[in-house]
Design a binder for this molecule. Structure first.
Ligand SMILES: C[S@@+](CC[C@H](N)C(=O)[O-])C[C@H]1O[C@@H](n2cnc3c(N)ncnc32)[C@H](O)[C@@H]1O
Length: 319
């Protein structure tokens, strides 16, 4: 937490942060719910003058470590949104995903959060997993909507290098018909899809910030920051980060990289792509897609009908 503070002070300077200029805060990454609220206190005290009024402050939490005391403590610090890593309400699937909690624990953690006074609650589901059936996913969605939540993130299982799943690539099994079905089912319950993996009655301003291509500080081991064309990567190894939190790798993008990022982020979400960022060739191809009813334009912004096609449409426009 001391290293985190050192980096935070550094980033606030680098980003030229002024009073009330920070628009959202998100505590995520590993498992914030294993750290006691007391340890976050100096960070929150330091950040306070920089925070905008009525700011959205989210913390991720795992159901097995988010106790009522932890939830109360975080709320006292100013956290007003909790995102729970539920993944599934099926006990076998949780085991397959190496999760340490049971469906009961997940439900209780969310009910506790609501009791403690959190009004903005989200939960994560994982789909496209070996063994998923329509019945299993229907039960996951139904169980989610029985809880006091106003947001769901639904992710397709991805196999990451260096994780236990690396040797089990068959674990990730996506059937697009099931993916479309899960999107439709969540929306039919009243949560609109504002990004490929995000649905809500409430849309997270923090999430929208990424897709609107706003800048962000990334503070902590393995975090990533963005300032204009630069990306900042502190160490991803905790011991190294603690020793030297200011040893930060910098990557510089060019204008072309920036445009491609803006296009795919815009097409994956309700943000869309402003016509003015496209050159003549790109605009021509975007118009072709408009004629083909793959995208539509409103107030000089192109929007995507089907977020599942975001990558393909990006490649077509920018090729
Ligand atoms: C930043 S992660 C939270 C990290 C946390 N240690 C965890 O439980 O995964 C946020 C969410 O990403 C999703 N996630 C984690 N690993 C994933 C994977 N391999 N594929 C797809 N989604 C994943 C989970 O739904 C998780 O709740």
């Amino acid at each position: 937490m001391k290293a985190l503070m050192t980096q935070l002070v550094h980033e606030l300077k680098r980003f030229n942060a002024s009073s009330e200029s920070v628009e959202t805060v998100f505590i995520g990454g590993g498992t914030p719910s294993t750290v006691s609220p007391q340890l976050y206190k100096p960070i929150f005290d330091y950040l306070k003058p920089y925070l905008k009024k009525n700011i959205e402050i989210t913390s991720e939490a795992n159901p097995n470590s988010a106790t009522k005391e932890w939830l109360k403590g975080m709320r006292e610090l100013g956290v007003n949104r909790i995102s729970f890593g539920v993944q599934s309400f099926n006990p076998q699937k949780l085991k397959i995903l190496n999760r340490a909690h049971t469906p009961e624990q997940a439900k209780n953690a969310i009910l506790d959060a609501s009791e403690v006074g959190f009004e903005n609650l989200s939960l994560d589901l994982i789909y496209a997993t070996l063994g998923d059936t329509k019945e299993l996913l229907a039960h996951d969605v139904k169980s989610a909507f029985e809880l006091p939540i106003n947001h769901i993130s639904a992710y397709a299982l991805t196999i990451e290098e260096g994780t236990a799943f690396e040797k089990k690539p068959h674990m990730s099994k996506e059937r697009l018909s099931l993916t479309s079905w899960i999107f439709k089912t969540i929306q039919a319950k009243g949560f609109s899809q504002y990004e490929i993996s995000n649905f809500g009655e409430y849309q997270s301003s923090h999430n929208l910030g990424y897709w609107k291509y706003k800048d962000y500080m990334g503070v902590g081991c393995g975090a990533v920051g963005k300032l204009n064309l630069e990306r900042f990567y502190p160490s991803t190894i905790v011991e190294e980060y603690v020793k030297n939190p200011l040893e930060i790798r910098v990557e510089t993008l060019n204008e072309e990289d920036k445009k491609i990022e803006q296009i795919f982020l815009g097409l994956r979400s309700c943000v869309g792509v402003e016509k003015k960022i496209l050159n003549a060739q790109e605009l021509k191809r975007a118009k072709l897609l408009e004629d083909e009813k793959k995208v539509y334009m409103k107030d000089n912004v192109f929007y995507n009908y089907d977020y599942l096609l975001a990558d393909e449409i990006t490649l077509f426009i920018s090729s």
